[in-house]
Design a protein around this ligand. Structure first.
Ligand SMILES: [Zn+2]
Length: 392
C-alpha cells in the first residue's frame, strides 16, 4: 500500500485504490488506504463491519470532518466486480498501470476513480480553505456490487442512530454516458419483480374438453399486457415498461395439459406508479383478457427499489453550476438506467449522482482517461466550494 502519495492528486489516489484487490466481499486494503488518507487529513474515521445470515461479512467506512451544517455526504463503494479471465486484460486489473494517459484497472470508473476524485477535491479544499463551517463526510461501502445487505442500508441506519443527519448526498457512480458533465442523475425508475399464475385444469391432451389449458389464457393475457404501454412517460422519466422474463408450467410430458402456468415479470416504472398500482393494472388487464372460468393470481416481490425523484434545488443547482464552471455546459437532468444505492439514501436526505463516464464499467480493460479524473476532481471541488459557500 502506498501512503506516500500526494493526498490531493486524484491520479495517485486512484492508482493506490486500484492496486487493492477488493472484489466483493473482500476489503482488499482499499478501505485501509482510504481511512488512513482521510484520518491524516483530520477526518474522524470509523470502520463499520456488518454481518447477516447467509451473506458474507462486509467492512464499510464512515468518515466525517466538521460538526455543523450543511453536512455534505459523498457516497460510494470500494468493492469491484470480478475481473473474469485475467489473461484477457491488456494491463493487470490490479496493477494501477497508466498507458497513453489512460489509467487501467478494475474499478477505474466504477468507482474507485470517482472516490479518488472526490477525496482529492475534499482534501485540497481543506488544505486551501480549511473548514469554516459545515461538514464533509464519506459513506463508503464494500457491498455495492454484491448482495447489498451489509452495506449502505445498514451504514445509513448506523449513522442515523449516532444522531447524525445529512443535508445532502452526492453519489459518485459513473453516470455520464459520453463525456464528463453530460448528465446528473436526479432520480431513478423503480424496479418491481413479480409473477402471474394462470390456473387451468389438468387433463389428457387427447381429451381437451375435459381440461382447461392455462396456456390459452396466458396467450390472451400476454397480448393484453403488451397491447399498450403503462404510460407515455413524464417530465423527468421515460415511459414505464413491463417485460415478461420467463414462462414455465413445470410440465415434462407431451400428453398432459398442465394445471397452471407461471410467468415472471419485471416492471421499470416512473413517478406515475407505485407497486400497488402496478398490481392493480395487471389484475385489471388479466380480468378482462382471460376467458370465463380461468383463474389467476399475482405475486409481487418485496418492493426494494421504488421510484424516486430529487427536487432539491440547492443540491441540483450547486452541482449543475459546478459542472458549468468547469465544462462550460449545463448537464442534462437524467433518471435513466438501472438502480443504485441512491434508492436507500433518498430515505435520509436529498441525493443526486454524478461521476465518471460509465462506458467501460464491469468490462475487461476497464479504464479511465487521466484527463477525466482531473476534470471530475475540478467539478467536485467547485461543488464543495459552492455547497459550503466558501468565498472564492
Ligand atoms: Zn458502482
Amino acid at each position: 500500500m502506498k501512503h506516500d502519495v500526494d493526498s490531493t492528486d486524484p491520479v495517485a489516489i486512484a492508482r493506490s485504490l486500484l492496486t487493492c484487490p477488493s472484489i466483493t466481499p473482500h476489503e482488499g486494503g482499499a478501505l485501509d488506504y482510504l481511512g488512513t488518507l482521510l484520518s491524516d487529513a483530520g477526518f474522524e474515521v470509523h470502520r463499520v463491519p456488518f454481518s447477516d445470515d447467509n451473506t458474507p461479512d462486509i467492512d464499510n467506512l464512515y468518515a466525517r470532518i466538521g460538526s455543523g451544517s450543511p453536512h455534505i455526504c459523498f457516497a460510494g463503494h470500494t468493492d469491484v466486480v470480478p475481473v473474469g479471465d485475467e489473461a484477457d486484460w491488456t494491463h493487470p486489473p490490479f496493477g494501477g498501470v497508466i498507458a497513453d494517459d489512460i489509467l487501467h484497472g478494475r474499478g477505474a470508473v466504477d468507482m474507485k476513480g470517482g472516490i479518488a476524485a472526490y477525496a482529492a477535491a475534499a482534501l485540497n479544499h481543506l488544505r486551501e480553505h480549511g473548514l469554516e463551517k459545515g461538514s464533509l463526510s464519506f459513506l463508503i461501502t464494500g457491498d455495492e456490487e454484491g448482495p447489498a445487505i451489509n452495506g449502505t442500508i445498514k451504514l445509513l441506519q448506523w449513522v442515523h442512530d449516532r444522531g447524525e443527519r445529512f443535508d445532502m448526498c452526492l453519489v459518485g457512480e459513473p453516470t455520464n454516458p459520453e463525456t464528463i458533465g453530460d448528465a446528473i442523475k436526479i432520480g431513478r425508475r423503480g424496479s418491481q419483480n413479480g409473477a402471474i399464475r394462470i390456473l387451468g385444469k389438468q387433463g389428457h391432451v387427447a381429451y381437451p374438453d375435459r381440461a382447461i389449458n392455462p396456456m390459452r389464457g396466458l396467450a390472451k393475457a400476454l397480448t393484453s399486457l403488451f397491447d399498450e404501454p403503462l404510460d407515455q412517460g413524464t417530465d423527468h422519466f421515460q415511459p414505464s415498461n413491463l417485460e415478461i422474463v420467463s414462462i414455465d408450467t413445470g410440465n415434462t410430458t407431451f400428453n398432459v395439459i398442465p394445471s397452471e402456468v407461471r410467468a415472471t415479470f419485471n416492471v421499470r416504472y416512473n413517478d406515475l406508479w407505485t407497486p400497488e398500482a402496478i398490481e392493480d393494472w395487471i389484475s385489471a388487464k388479466l380480468s378482462s383478457a382471460l376467458p370465463d372460468g380461468t383463474g389467476f393470481d399475482i405475486r409481487m416481490e418485496p418492493a426494494l427499489s421504488r421510484v424516486f425523484l430529487t427536487r432539491d434545488e440547492t443540491l441540483i443547482g450547486n452541482l449543475s453550476a459546478a459542472i458549468e464552471d468547469v465544462t462550460g455546459h449545463k448537464p442534462a437532468l437524467s433518471t435513466g438506467g438501472g438502480t443504485s444505492d441512491a434508492r436507500f439514501i433518498r430515505n435520509y436526505c436529498p441525493v443526486v449522482e454524478f461521476g465518471l463516464v460509465g462506458q467501460t464499467m464491469h468490462q475487461t480493460d476497464e479504464c479511465v482517461p487521466v484527463a477525466d479524473l482531473q476534470k471530475l476532481t475540478l467539478i467536485y471541488a467547485a461543488f464543495i466550494r459552492r455547497s459550503l459557500n466558501t468565498d472564492l
